[in-house]
Structures are given as C-alpha cells and as structure tokens.
Design a protein around this ligand. Structure first.
Ligand SMILES: Nc1ncnc2c1ncn2[C@@H]1O[C@H](COP(=O)(O)OP(=O)(O)OP(=O)(O)O)[C@@H](O)[C@H]1O
Ligand SMILES: [Mg+2]
Length: 244
C-alpha cells in the first residue's frame, strides 16, 4: 500500500517586510516518517514550524493536513487536529510542577482531571521524566527541560510532532539518550519532523533530510545524498556547525 501523505506544503512563502523568510517551499511528509529539516542559522527552519503550527499565516501558498486545507487556522485549532510542537526556546510554567505543565497539554483532549493526569504520567514515562513529576519546572536541568518540552507536546496526542532543536545544548551522552527517546516516540506511531543543528543525530534519526538556505529548499534526499551535495556543503561553509 502506498504511504499516506500526512502533511503537505504547497508553494509556501512568508515575507516579513522586505525579508522573504520562507520562499516557495513545497514538500510532503508521509505517515510514519522521520524527516530532518536542517540548514544554517537564519535559514527559516523555525519559521517553517511557525507556519505549520499556525503561529504565522503564509503570505502565499497552502498547508494541508490529511488532505484538508489548514492554512490560516489558529494554533489551538491546528494542535487539535493533531500537530504538536516544541519550541526552540523552552518556556514552561517555572513555578509549577513537571506534572502540572504536562497536564496543561493533556487538557486539550479531555476536561477530566483524572484522565489528563493519566495521560501526563504516560508521556512522562515515555520521555524519562516520571521520577521528576513533582519537581518544579524551573528547577530542571537543561536536558530535563527539553524532555518536558517534548512531554508537553506529546500530551496533546499529536499525529505529527515538530521538534525544534531538542538536542541543542546537550552533552554527547545526553544526545544519545534523547535520540533514543525520539526513536521511542516514533515507534509509538507518531510522524516526526525535526529541526536539528546536531547533524550527526539528525542523520542517524532521519530517513529523509531537507535542507533550507535563505528560506529555500536547496536539497532533499537520504542523509548520504544531502551531505555529498555540493550546494549543501557550500551553504554550510562559513557556518559554525560544519557538516560532519
Ligand atoms: N516575526 C518575525 N519578524 C521578522 N523577521 C523574522 C520573524 N521571524 C523570523 N524572522 C527572520 O526570518 C529568518 C529566519 O528565521 P528562523 O528563526 O526561521 O531561522 P532558523 O533557521 O530557525 O535559524 P536558527 O538555526 O538560528 O534557529 C531570520 O532572518 C529571522 O530574523
Ligand atoms: Mg530556529
């Protein structure tokens, strides 16, 4: 059976004044995939997430989820339809417990406190934060804040999860653990689009990679294909990250 298209962007452009942050971007995500979105700083990656999740409305083009046009819907409506996301800059309710923060996400699907607590505990188990459920969010280490960010998104029960640099700032051992966590999330049946500067991890996780540069998709393919693409190498030259 051919794979089902879960998300499709058709010729999406967004301009901020004179700056075209995303330019004529088209791609499809198939159900069950893990796809990496990479590119130098300022390439437009987070803006793509903001477009998909309804934070911004495209200047031109359309976005489809399961064949339905979701362009211009509000973030809450898009979340309700099954797209969850993490934020590059994490912002939990610092003075509240980990469990409370995750229950806020779970309340998207239920009004029942007991059910939302159950859901929150289930996702805390999945991201490895169960033992810290009563810790105040502000007292978490960076790696645990990243886990919390993922847990909040998972609690909304997404079909598609958008992960924005959840590996940034982690040490190599923590990156390995987080990669394993992302694999587990994927195994649970969630399609994943991930933005990553830790290219090794992006390559290890992704079946397919798309490369953005100055808002344009300059390459797409297997990790091997994109890393040997001269245009991609050129886009990364002069960037801090390198391609290895
Ligand atoms: N709300 C906005 N208003 C004006 N310009 C914006 C806005 N949001 C993003 N931009 C600009 O759009 C471009 C793309 O930014 P974006 O944050 O999407 O890049 P990125 O690829 O996620 O970069 P990084 O790797 O540093 O996170 C940048 O030039 C940024 O300054
Ligand atoms: Mg970004």
């Amino acid at each position: 059976m051919p794979a089902k298209v879960l998300l499709e962007l058709k010729n999406v452009t967004i301009k901020f004044g004179g700056l075209t942050a995303v330019s004529d971007l088209s791609f499809k995500l198939f159900e069950g995939e893990i796809v990496g979105l990479i590119g130098p700083n300022g390439a437009g990656k987070t803006t793509v997430f903001n477009l998909i999740s309804g934070v911004y409305r495209p200047t031109e083009g359309e976005i489809y989820l399961n064949g339905e046009n979701i362009t211009g819907l509000k973030p809450f409506q898009i979340c309700h339809r099954g797209i969850g996301r993490t934020f590059q800059v994490v912002r939990p309710f610092g003075g509240k417990s980990v469990l409370y923060n995750v229950m806020v996400g779970a309340f998207l699907r239920t009004n029942d406190t007991r059910k939302s607590r159950e859901k929150a505990l289930e996702v805390l188990q999945l991201v490895g934060l169960y033992n810290k459920k009563d810790v105040l969010a502000k007292n978490l280490t960076i790696v645990d804040r990243k886990r919390l960010e993922v847990a909040k998104a998972l609690a909304t029960e997404p079909k598609l999860l958008l992960l924005d640099e959840v590996l940034a700032g982690l040490n190599p051992a923590e990156v390995d653990e987080a990669v394993e966590m992302i694999r587990q999330i994927h195994k649970s049946g969630i399609t994943i689009l991930l933005i990553e500067h830790v290219l090794k991890a992006a390559m290890a996780l992704s079946q397919r990679i798309m490369v953005l540069d100055y808002g344009k998709k300059i390459a797409e393919g297997s990790p091997e294909e994109v890393t040997s693409n001269p245009e991609v190498i050129k886009a990364y030259l002069g960037d801090n990250y390198g391609i290895a």
